[in-house]
Write a protein that binds this ligand. Structure first.
Ligand code: ATP
Length: 323
């Protein structure tokens, strides 16, 4: 049956997993739709890999369901597996096989159409840039190439959904960029869920982020919304001429409707946005009116790392903000 790209998505519904007394994952629900690349993040031990393994049917959940393209991964494993590709944290690569032998083996195990296989192999060889190592044994490959072989097996059957567990782990910056470009390219059509520890990766490839903490979903929102949780979102740094530094605080008082707090260090001022709207325009207008000798003005770009750290600290002060 032809697959319908409009409907093939990744779904977790109330997923939970306990190992003995340890609840590793609890009530995790989310959806990844076609054309979405979603980052799956969380501190070590948050339950990311456990969730991904349940989504792919490699681990039986204690509670809840995982569906790929509407197929329950445990009840309809064949139908579900045709719709997704999975790059596990530690790929099951067979060292003694060459790349092409391994991909033939994978195709056989998946029962792929032999007549169309040459076309599929050519496609992944090109996409994953495997031409140079095609006939090389996997045990002799660099980490970067092994990761590309892992990706090649994940996309060999051209699945509509991809589940990637730390796809850029251990790669050098150039290789990381290549994998990110690949994910972005594939993400225009496929539903992609990608776990990562590298938050800059979120910026580069993801539309949305799901933050898992202690086995539960702490947030599921756009990158912009996550950044907006930072207390400095919308704030502005200003430097005035030394000769004007003393009269600047009185001028900035006029900004009270927009600015909730001002930190000063010499001629440098940090003006905190009151409601997380960008206060740059208001600041510039007030400075212009006052004739203050402005030397520098720059909006604060809050780091996602700060938001992540703050949210996953034992006592977090960050609050949810309206879009
Ligand atoms: N097979 C298992 N048996 C017992 N405990 C397990 C098993 N698999 C995972 N765990 C535990 O479940 C919790 C979640 O682990 P998991 O590997 O899913 O976290 P993670 O978010 O992927 O971590 P990391 O970022 O370090 O990869 C951890 O406390 C881990 O020790």
């Amino acid at each position: 049956m032809p697959k319908s790209p409009q409907t093939v998505s990744i779904e977790a519904e109330g997923l939970g997993k306990s190992f003995g007394d340890l609840t590793a994952v609890e009530e995790v629900s989310f959806t990844v739709k076609p054309g979405e690349v979603v980052g799956f993040i969380g501190p070590n031990g948050a339950g990311k890999s456990t969730t991904l393994r349940m989504l792919t049917g490699f681990l039986r959940p204690s509670t809840g369901k995982a569906r790929i393209g509407g197929h329950d991964v445990l009840r309809k494993p064949g139908a579900a597996r045709r719709q997704f590709g999975y790059l596990p944290e530690t790929g099951p690569l067979y060292g003694e096989m060459t790349v092409i032998e391994f991909l033939h083996f994978v195709a056989g195990a998946r029962g792929m159409d032999r007549l169309a296989l040459d076309g599929d192999l050519n496609r992944v060889r090109k996409i994953c840039h495997l031409e140079k190592v095609w006939h090389q044994t996997i045990e002799t490959l660099s980490k970067g190439y092994r990761q590309r072989v892992g990706l090649a097996q994940a996309i060999l059957h051209d699945p509509s959904c991809l589940i990637l567990d730390e796809p850029t782990d251990g790669l050098d910056p150039n290789q990381k960029q290549e994998v990110r470009d690949l994910v972005t390219e594939m993400g225009s059509e496929k539903a992609i869920l990608l776990s990562t520890h590298v938050l800059e990766e979120l910026e580069a490839v993801c539309d949305r982020v799901i933050l898992l903490h202690k086995g539960s979903v702490l947030l599921d929102e756009s990158i912009g919304a996550m950044r907006k949780r930072h207390p400095l979102f919308g704030s502005v740094k200003v430097r005035v001429a030394e000769s004007d530094a003393e009269r600047a605080p009185a001028v900035f008082k006029k900004l009270e409707p927009f600015v909730s707090k001002i930190d000063r260090q010499g001629e440098d001022f940090l003006l905190y946005s009151r409601d997380k709207r960008n206060v740059s325009e208001a600041v510039l207008a007030v400075i212009k009116d006052s004739g203050l000798d402005l030397r520098e003005v720059a909006p604060v770009i809050p780091r996602l790392e700060d938001v992540f750290q703050e949210l996953t600290r034992p006592t977090s002060n960050f609050t949810e903000e309206d879009e």
